[in-house]
Design a protein around this ligand. Structure first.
Ligand code: TXA
Ligand code: MG
Length: 316
């Protein structure tokens, strides 16, 4: 299959919506990362997402919707969930909520669970497409399973670990402004839990709820949550963190000073998050081990360190 590169104008958006209606898969820009989108009501399209990514079938997908009302139609929002929807949607927040009966979502989306992950993205192109398409879009990050997430159309089409030839099209809207995946919140009984740190700092969510977030026990063998497979977001090269003493044979990813692989010369965590995956993609093509400087662990630094820990984890 030839993967079309679409411009996000009226014509490109209409073409993308037509392809989605025909059950095809499209990579779409969101403010966090590019998503591999398919019609969440179409079992064949959803199966195609798992196949294109080579994703293990037990890992459920996030459903993207145009607004909170559309989310209400497929999931039940508790009062706390409503507070978060009001405060952070559209935006980089995903909530895992009870799935409504008869919601019409293909069961492969939730991997058979009775909960569903929903998000209202803020990216204007994603929003325009959701409006024109008029239905829910299942969309994991648009990379092969276990590889680095894409923050540009070039990453999506990367011959190594990308989806060129495996999907119908990519809507090219340039780089993603946030650069790390959404923050995922779920509830255990009525306790809010941080299932994945991401584009919205956990501190901001705690402030909105006036309470602390629990962190569920991490069971790498049982990925109840996001990206919980230990080796995830992985470059091919070996990667180590908190490196203050990079060796001459290592590509040094820096923070707080200049350099060819600087996450942020000024030590700005928002800029570092936005550049993280692009720098990992570039560092990986150097074919040398990667040493990453220490990154502060607050705000977006928590999401950056989470992704780096997974990239550094031993793999099979
Ligand atoms: O920023 C993002 O969230 C991007 C963009 C494209 O929206 N999407 C993304 O999707 O990162 P994905 O599929 O790579 O990550 C979704 C994570 C999965 O790791 C999955 O484990 C978790 O969400 N998830 C989805 N449904 C769930 C559910 N019902 N219960 C628990 N976790 C769930
Ligand atoms: Mg992913």
């Amino acid at each position: 299959m030839q993967t079309e590169r679409l411009t996000p104008d009226r014509r490109g958006l209409t073409r993308a919506a037509d392809l989605l209606s025909a059950g095809e898969l499209i990579a779409i820009p969101t403010e966090t990362v590019y998503g591999l989108a398919g019609d969440a009501r179409n079992p064949r399209a959803v199966a195609g997402i798992y196949a294109a990514k080579g994703r293990p079938a037990f890992n459920p997908l996030i459903v993207h919707l145009p607004d909170a009302d559309a989310a209400q139609a497929i999931a039940t929002l508790s009062p706390q969930a409503r507070i978060l929807a009001e405060r952070f949607w559209p935006g980089a927040l995903t909530m895992v909520l009870p799935l409504r009966e008869g919601a019409g979502i293909a069961s492969l989306v939730t991997a058979g669970l009775d909960s569903i992950a929903v998000r209202v993205p803020a990216h204007p192109v994603a929003r325009a497409l959701l409006r024109i398409f008029g239905g829910p879009l299942a969309a994991p990050s648009a990379n092969r399973s276990g590889r680095i997430s894409p923050t540009s159309a070039d990453h999506v089409l990367n011959p190594d670990g990308g989806l060129d030839g495996r999907i119908a099209a990519v809507l090219d809207a340039g780089p993603c402004p946030v650069g790390v995946e959404s923050t995922i919140i779920g509830w255990q009984d009525s306790t809010p839990c941080l299932l994945r740190p991401g584009g919205i700092p956990a501190e901001d969510i705690q402030t909105a709820l006036s309470r602390a977030l629990a962190t569920p026990d991490h069971r790498p063998d049982q990925p109840s949550a996001p990206g919980q497979l230990l080796s995830h977001y992985a470059p091919r090269a070996r990667l180590r963190m908190n490196a203050t003493d990079p060796g001459p044979d290592e590509t040094h990813i820096t923070f707080g000073n200049d350099g060819p692989f600087s996450l942020s010369p000024t030590g700005d965590l928002t800029e570092a998050a936005a550049r993280l995956f692009d720098i990992l993609h570039r560092a990986d093509s150097e074919n040398r081990p990667i040493a990453v400087a220490p990154i502060p662990d607050h705000g977006l630094g928590a999401a950056i360190n989470d992704r780096l820990r997974r990239a550094a984890a031993p793999r099979e």
